[in-house]
Write a protein that binds this ligand. Structure first.
Ligand code: ARG
Length: 248
């Protein structure tokens, strides 16, 4: 076989080549996971991932198209070609990685707990009792962690993180498990004076951009792009991004 021809075919099929041909980067994300992707008062999608996607499109020399996608169908959307990449605060898990590929991590987070004020509990273990109700979002790593750490408490899952967190605010649930950056922001806003943040991370969770399998050209571009934005202290893009969205 002609190995060189095989390489050319691989590149032709690469998502990166398709993006360049199309002149547009299509990004799947699910708004609601602050500060990574959320809607502002005018309904525009903003956040950490959005700023990163803008920079990515700019460096590719293409337009950016953000495609809001429900979390429970976001991997299917990628795999069936509805978008080029998922940039949605997705934790790189070994189970997801069997179906899709991830670029190197761009941020590391962990699960933490927002608890109703006044409860005697100080740790997840203290909350793992039949009289307590723990809420989280369906299909996220928060759900996996909740099932792992709470064997005795009652667990209820919600379609969105906002609905789940609201249950603790209105007193129907005792604690909410979700990614630490979300919980920090929720605490500084709606949770102020009403909730307690048990902020010792229960898990180790690198977040990464997901792409379809079998695409070394795209993966190579993404990892080199990531290293550039992360390590280039002259431009300072990454440090500015963290300052802007993750400072607590
Ligand atoms: N990091 C968590 C996970 O991967 C939650 C991500 C939720 N992202 C979103 N845009 N709603 O499961």
């Amino acid at each position: 076989a002609n190995l060189f021809a095989d390489d050319i075919n691989l590149w032709k099929k690469s998502t990166l080549n398709q993006i360049l041909q199309r002149g547009e980067l299509q990004v799947c994300l699910e708004p609601g996971y602050m500060p990574f992707e959320m809607k502002d008062k005018k309904g525009r999608i903003i956040g950490y991932d959005v700023d990163m996607a803008k920079r990515m499109a700019k460096d590719m020399g293409v337009k950016l198209n953000l495609l809001p996608t429900a979390w429970d169908g976001i991997i299917a959307a990628l795999v069936t070609g509805k978008c080029d990449i998922i940039m949605s605060g997705m934790t790189i898990t070994q189970q997801r990685n069997l179906k899709i590929n991830f670029a190197d991590p761009y941020v590391v987070v962990g699960q933490t707990i927002l608890m109703k004020k006044g409860l005697p509990a100080k740790t997840a273990k203290d909350l793992d009792k039949p009289e307590y109700t723990i809420v989280t979002k369906l299909g996220v790593t928060g759900e996996i962690a909740t099932k792992k750490f709470f064997k005795n408490a009652k667990i209820v899952t919600f379609e969105t993180e906002a609905d789940a967190a609201a249950e603790v605010l209105n007193g129907k649930a005792d604690a909410f498990v979700y990614d630490q950056p979300y919980n920090i922001l929720f605490m500084s806003d709606k949770g102020k004076g009403k909730l307690v943040h048990l902020d010792a991370p229960l898990t180790y969770e690198p977040l990464g951009w997901a792409i379809r399998k079998g695409d070394p050209d795209f993966l190579n571009w993404l990892n080199n792009f990531l290293r550039q934005v992360k390590e280039d202290k002259v431009v300072g893009f990454y440090d500015n991004l963290n300052q802007k969205w993750l400072r607590d």
